[in-house]
Design a binder for this molecule. Structure first.
Ligand SMILES: Cc1cc2nc3c(=O)[nH]c(=O)nc-3n(C[C@H](O)[C@H](O)[C@H](O)COP(=O)(O)OP(=O)(O)OC[C@H]3O[C@@H](n4cnc5c(N)ncnc54)[C@H](O)[C@@H]3O)c2cc1C
Length: 470
C-alpha cells in the first residue's frame, strides 16, 4: 500500500545506507524521520552519559546528511506512545516503520505501540540473519555458538548488490515542529570515537585495508591496535550489520594466502558472535536479569562493596586489571581480551555477582549493548550459554604476560608503574624491597598491593561455584 506520509522511527539504526526501515518508509511521498528521546532509557540504571553523548553526536551527523537531501530529523521527547500518537495526528502519517530490536524493553515497548493501535511495521537490520532465523532442524534455538555459526553459514547470504543505497532525496512536509537535538552531554576528548555513518565507513575501509589480514593473529594483543573498533557504530547502527558482514566475506575471498584467509575469517566469526548473542537475548529474555543456566543460581557471591569500588576505579593492585578499567573509564571502550580478564577477576577472584560488573560496563561503554554485554559477562562468569566452564579461571598475570608482552598497555594506563622492569611489571608485588627502591615504585605507597591472593582466591572460586551447584 502506498502511503502519503510515513514515519521512519529511528532507534538504534542511525544510518541512511542499507536501512530497511528507511527504504520501506521511503515508498511514501512524505517521510518523517523521527527520533524520540525516551525518558525510560535516560532514567535506567544502565544509562551512560558517554553513550548518550555518542548517540546525540550521531543524531547531529545524521541530521546533516538528511539536510543535504532536503529533509531533517524531527526530535521529540517523552512517552513513546503519546509522542507517536501526537506526531501521527499532526502529520496524517498512516504508517510507522522501524528496525526491530531484541531487548525485553524494546519488545515490550513495540508491542505496546501496536496495542495502542499505531500502525507499526518492524523491519530486519539489527542482525544479518533475523534473531529467530537460525534454528535447529526441530525449530528450537541453538544455545551453543559453534553449531549456531555453522547453521548461520548455511542460510542464504546477501551480496554487495543487495545493500540498499541511501536515498538521494527525501520528501518532507515542512510544518512539523521539532525540539533541537540536545548539545549536552558531549563526548570528552579522551573518547576516541567520532559519531556518524561516514566515520563508520571510513573505519571499516581502513580496517579492511590495513588490519583484517592480520586480525586473527593480533586481535588478542592489548598493546596493539589490531581490532576494528567498530563496536560503537554497530551498536547504534551507524554501520549496518550486513555491510560489515559482506565486507568481511569479500576480504576472505580476496585473501592472498591461507593465513590471511584464516585471519579474515576470524573477523567474520566475531560478527557472528554478535548475531548469536542477539538471538540468545531474543529467545531467552530471562538472561537480562538472571543466569542463562539456573544451576548456577545459588553461588554464594561475596559482593564486597570496597572490592567492587577498587575494581571500578582501577586500583586493585593487579596491573592488567587496573589498566583495563582505566582504559574503560577514560575512553568508553575496552579491548575484548581485557574485558574477559577484568570480568573473570571480578566474578572469580573477587566473587562479585556478574550483574554488578555488567551494570558498570553498561554505565561506561560507548558500545554498551545488552545482548553482547550480557553474553560476555555470563560467558566469563561461567553461567552462560556454552564454552567456558566455571573452572576455567583466567590468571591475570599469565594473560598479561601473553597479551601485553612488553607491558605497553600497562605502562600507558598505569603510568605510576612506568619505571618497573618488564619482568616485574605484570606482578609488581613480587619485587623485593630493594627492587622497589631501585625503580622508585613502592608497593603499598605508589601503587596498591593486591587485596586478593590470586592463587587462594582461585581456589575459593572453585569451591564456591562447586558448592553453589550442589
Ligand atoms: C565481559 C564482556 C562484555 C562485553 N560487552 C560488550 C558490549 O557491551 N557491546 C559490544 O558490542 N561488545 C561487547 N563485548 C564483546 C567484545 O568485547 C566487543 O565487541 C569488542 O571488544 C569491540 O571491539 P572491536 O569493535 O574492535 O571488535 P572486533 O574484534 O573488531 O570485532 C568486530 C565486531 O564483532 C562484534 N563482536 C566481537 N566480539 C564479540 C563478542 N564476543 N560478542 C559479541 N559481539 C562481538 C562487535 O560488534 C565488534 O565490533 C563484550 C565482551 C565481554 C567479554
Amino acid at each position: 500500500m502506498k502511503h502519503t506520509t510515513a514515519i521512519w522511527w529511528l532507534r538504534r539504526d542511525l544510518r541512511l545506507s542499507d536501512n530497511q526501515a528507511l527504504t520501506a518508509a521511503a515508498r511514501a511521498t512524505n517521510i518523517i524521520p523521527l527520533f524520540i528521546i525516551d525518558p525510560v532509557i535516560l532514567n535506567a540504571d544502565t544509562y551512560s552519559a558517554n553513550r548518550f553523548a555518542f548517540l546525540l553526536a550521531g543524531l547531529h551527523s545524521l541530521n546533516a546528511d538528511l539536510e543535504q537531501r532536503g529533509s531533517h530529523l524531527v526530535i521529540r521527547q517523552g512517552d513513546i506512545i503519546t509522542e507517536l500518537q501526537r506526531i501521527s495526528a499532526e502529520t496524517g502519517a498512516t504508517a510507522i516503520f522501524a528496525e526491530e530490536d531484541v531487548t525485553p524493553y524494546a519488545r515490550r515497548r513495540d508491542a505496546a505501540v501496536r496495542a495502542a493501535g499505531l500502525p507499526l511495521t518492524l523491519t530486519p537490520g539489527l542482525t544479518v540473519q533475523r534473531p529467530d532465523a537460525v534454528r535447529k532442524a526441530d525449530g528450537t534455538p541453538y544455545t551453543v555458538f559453534t553449531p549456531f555459526s555453522r547453521a548461520w553459514h548455511v542460510l542464504p547470504r546477501a551480496e554487495r548488490v543487495d545493500l540498499l543505497p541511501s536515498p538521494q532525496t527525501m520528501g518532507f512536509s515542512a510544518e512539523i515542529t521539532s525540539l533541537p537535538i540536545p548539545d549536552h552531554p558531549t563526548l570528552p576528548p579522551s573518547v576516541p570515537f567520532k559519531a556518524g555513518e561516514a566515520e563508520a565507513q571510513r573505519r571499516l575501509q581502513a580496517f579492511i585495508r590495513e588490519r583484517v589480514f592480520a586480525y586473527g593473529d593480533q586481535r588478542n594483543r592489548m598493546d596493539i591496535d589490531g581490532t576494528s573498533r567498530l563496536s560503537p557504530y554497530l551498536r547504534f547502527g551507524m554501520l549496518s550489520a550486513r555491510t560489515a558482514v559482506i565486507t568481511a566475506q569479500e576480504a576472505i575471498a580476496d585473501a592472498a594466502t591461507e593465513q590471511q584467509r584464516k585471519n579474515a575469517t576470524t573477523f567474520l566469526t566475531e560478527l557472528i558472535w554478535r548475531e548469536f548473542y542477539q538471538s540468545i537475548l531474543h529467545d531467552f529474555p530471562h538472561v537480562r536479569r538472571g543466569n542463562f543456566r539456573s544451576d548456577y543460581d545459588n553461588i554464594a557471591w561475596i559482593n564486597g562493596p570496597d572490592d567492587f569500588q577498587a575494581w571500578c576505579d582501577g586500583v586493585t593492585g593487579v596491573p592488567v586489571v587496573d589498566a583495563a578499567m582505566r582504559q574503560l573509564r577514560t575512553t568508553g571502550w575496552m579491548h575484548n581480551r581485557a574485558r574477559m580478564i577484568v570480568a573473570s577477576f571480578l566474578t572469580k577472584n573477587l566473587l562479585i555477582d556478574w550483574r554488578w560488573g555488567e551494570r558498570w560496563f553498561m554505565q561506561n561503554l560507548i558500545d554498551g549493548d545488552l545482548a553482547a554485554n550480557n553474553g560476555g559477562w555470563q560467558w566469563t562468569a561461567g553461567t552462560g550459554t556454552d564454552a567456558a566452564p566455571y573452572f576455567r579461571i583466567f590468571n591475570p598475570v599469565t594473560q598479561s604476560n601473553k597479551f601485553d608482552p612488553d607491558g605497553e598497555f600497562i605502562r600507558r594506563w598505569v603510568p605510576e608503574l612506568a619505571a618497573v622492569e618488564n619482568k616485574f611489571l605484570h606482578a609488581p608485588w613480587e619485587m623485593s624491597p630493594a627492587d622497589q627502591k631501585q625503580c622508585g615504585v613502592i608497593i603499598g605507597r605508589n601503587y596498591p598491593a593486591p587485596f586478593v591472593d590470586l592463587k587462594l582466591s582461585r581456589q575459593r572460586a572453585l569451591d564456591t561455584y562447586k558448592a553453589g551447584r550442589e
